[in-house]
Design a binder for this molecule. Sequence first.
Ligand code: HEM
Ligand code: HEM
Length: 194
Amino acid sequence: MQKWSLNFRLWHWIHATVVLGLLGTVFLRKTFLSWRANSEILTSKLSSIDISVTTEQAKMLAKSIRAPMWEWHILLGYALGALLLWRIALFFTQSGKQNYQNLSQETLHKKIVKLGYIAIYTVLAFMALSGYVIHFYEALGLSKDFAHDIKEVHEFAYNAILIFAPLHIVGVFVAENRDEKGILSDMVNGGSKT
Ligand code: HEM
Ligand code: HEM
């Protein structure tokens, strides 16, 4: 029997792509497509061709340049919701639960890694729920202030994903080169059960 079923591997790689995609949209929003930076560029470039715009107008222009990119945050957000439901279904399969069985017999390092996975699943579920609340606050009958408060927590919790993703990727590469040969390729070819 394989360690990771095809079902689980498909889930892992699609999920990894979606989470990295979500981080990518945040990166763009905070750098190249930042409305603050771009509204300043727009103001100065337009003034060099004798067009003057107010701060509000420049902000509106910069935000509309950013908007098509940010739609991907919402689209990938829906995908994340579906992937989390898929992951819940996978918990009822051997591949989906093996990392969380017989934890007491594991080394301290492995216990921490596996608790880390549980923690990141919890944060991801919170990101999805809070994301939908911010996006649909009007339809849900919630106030703008409340949606804004939730956005602050959504943005804060994002740091956990930002730290986990590179740590996890570096971690599996280090493990592959030390005492867990095959950990990486098992997630590609399924591996075999020991
Ligand atoms: C693109 C580079 C990535 C590589 C090479 C990679 C590789 C792996 C490998 C080898 C495992 C198995 C580890 C084990 O047996 O404990 C694993 C598990 C896992 N990965 Fe990744 N991963 C990547 C990206 C991501 C990303 C971006 C996420 C998003 C949060 C993620 C989430 C997870 C989770 C939650 C598990 C635990 C699976 C379980 O519940 O048993 N991975 N990954
Ligand atoms: C890995 C998962 C996610 C991460 C890391 C993440 C990260 C972030 C961050 C950092 C912000 C604040 C951006 C800023 O103001 O500079 C944000 C805003 C937002 N996110 Fe997410 N998010 C995730 C999942 C989701 C999901 C599942 C949805 C659901 C549709 C969602 C919807 C939103 C919305 C509506 C905003 C507010 C945008 C605005 O104020 O215009 N996010 N997200």
